[in-house]
Design a protein around this ligand. Structure first.
Ligand code: ADP
Ligand code: MG
Length: 457
């Protein structure tokens, strides 16, 4: 079988298991590059897809390949433009009229969605379509749409602000995705202010500040997330000031976000905060119950989960502050239900919430964390607390540190002691690394859910 036919067979299997929206999002632009002695190399259009396929769909893809007659020894997902172009994927699907993906989207709509080019800094699943609009975010949503229709024209700078987990990053990424969908020739860059700072500092060290400046000053659209972290960083602020001015003078688009309005960011130079305040500002508030119900319903559907109205409402009432937390809960729920082969219910959810909110009461100790981590990852405790830097060991080690800090409440130095005498800054770095990865990494979310379940069993 040639690679293309082999991959079509895999896609055919996957299409049955995966929701149509996910199927389009995650399998467009994929394909097999090579297959030798059971070593399969799969092309993926961008790092997000790579992560997603590896972690979430890896087992199924492996199984589908097996069914197609390949004895799989390993699968490597490689970012490459060699996959099946979106249009071809579309063609395959549309020849199967009864298929799940064929049914789901109206003809005009699909074309638009699939043309979007893979982009290294944008997550294709953050789109305007996947964003639920309510009273709490309608102004931000409308401004974001205006910016993506008329980049650089309507508002030179859009400043979005609001609390954690309320959709700022989602909207900013949607702007980037939408601008590229409309005009793939635009150069768009999304960075967090921490990345901007690190890149700038690196360019100082390697004496390549010119290259840095020209990279940023030649963009059509610059999106900088969590700009509040520029506070206190004087040199970076100065560089950012010049970048910002140049882009504004050239009529380019800048989009910024922060957890608070520009004037309230501590240690941000006045000239910057007044520039930021000069553009369009829109805040995102906590969503009301109705909007939360809609968002949770949407997220469940995206994951192919069927939740009763009762459960959706229960979740909406329980999680009032932060949508990201609801997503974590949904992941836990699906893992646990799959594991026990039960349907998601309010009861199961209540038990899970009980487990994750009251671990401290259960006299959890560092020893237990280490033992359970060791059991789950099939690694001896001595390796977990030992010095080896293998990837398979580092991740469980970081997870153990994260749990000691989060669920037992140990300080970084105390965690360091439990972990074979590690430095507190190493511990801090590990904990933050896990926190950050948790946002996108569903496999990690699932591992943590399993671990916490066993800890609390
Ligand atoms: P922030 O950047 O404000 O901290 P994010 O954009 O990272 O928040 O949002 C956290 C999670 O919640 C994301 O997965 C995002 O998709 C989801 N989310 C937040 N608001 C909405 C919304 N209105 N509709 C759909 N998903 C949302
Ligand atoms: Mg964010």
């Amino acid at each position: 079988m040639d690679y293309q036919r082999l991959w079509q067979a895999v896609l055919g299997e996957m299409e049955v298991d995966v929701s149509p929206a996910s199927f389009r999002t995650w399998f467009s632009g994929t394909g097999i590059i090579s297959q030798e002695d059971g070593r399969v190399v799969v092309a993926v259009p961008n790092p997000y897809t790579k992560e997603r396929l590896e972690r979430l769909y890896g087992a199924e893809i492996r199984e589908s390949l097996r069914k197609a007659g390949v004895t799989v020894r390993s699968i490597e997902y490689r970012v490459s433009a060699k996959g099946i172009p979106s249009a071809a994927l579309e063609a395959t699907l549309s020849t199967k009229p009864g298929s799940a993906a064929g049914r789901a989207v109206a003809p005009g709509q699909t074309q638009a969605k699939l043309v979007s080019a893979p982009h290294p800094t944008l997550n294709p699943s953050f789109t305007f379509e996947s964003f639920v609009v309510g009273d709490s975010n309608d102004v931000a949503y409308a401004s974001a749409q205006a910016v993506s229709r008329y980049p650089g024209q309507k508002y030179g700078c859009l400043f979005l602000y609001g609390g954690v987990g309320l959709g700022k990053t989602h909207l900013m990424q949607a702007i980037g995705n939408e601008i590229l969908r409309r005009d793939p020739s635009k150069s768009v860059r999304y960075v967090t202010s921490e990345q901007f700072t690190n890149e700038f500092t690196d360019s100082l060290k390697s004496k390549s500040t010119k290259r840095f400046a020209s990279l940023y000053r030649n963009l059509d659209v610059l999106i900088v997330d969590d700009i509040q972290f520029l506070g206190n960083k004087e040199k970076t602020q100065e560089e950012f000031f010049h970048t910002f001015n140049t882009l504004q003078q050239l009529g380019k688009q800048v989009v910024l976000s922060s957890d608070r309005p520009p004037k309230a960011i501590p240690n941000l130079e006045d000239r910057l905060s007044s520039r930021f305040s000069g553009g369009m500002q829109a805040d995102i508030q906590r969503p009301d119950l109705e909007t939360r119900v809609a968002i949770i319903g949407h997220k469940a559907t995206e994951r192919g989960m069927e939740l009763s109205h009762e459960l959706v409402e229960f979740l909406a009432r329980h999680f009032q502050q932060n949508i990201r937390e609801v997503e974590g809960a949904l992941t836990q729920l699906s893992v646990v239900c799959e594991h026990h082969n039960t349907d998601p219910s309010v009861d199961v959810m209540k038990r899970l919430l009980g487990a994750s909110t009251s671990p401290r009461k259960r006299s959890l100790t560092p020893r237990i964390v280490l033992e359970k981590t060791s059991a789950l990852f099939e690694l001896p405790v001595s390796e977990i607390i030992g010095p080896k830097r293998d990837k398979d060991i580092v991740r469980p080690r970081q997870i153990a540190m994260y749990l000691m800090h989060e669920d037992i409440g140990l300080s970084y130095p105390k965690v360091g002691l439990q972990m074979g005498g590690r430095d507190h800054s190493t511990v801090m770095h590990s904990v933050r690394k896990i926190e950050r990865s948790l946002e996108l990494d569903h496999e990690l979310q699932a591992d943590l859910a399993r671990l916490r379940e066993q800890i609390n069993a």
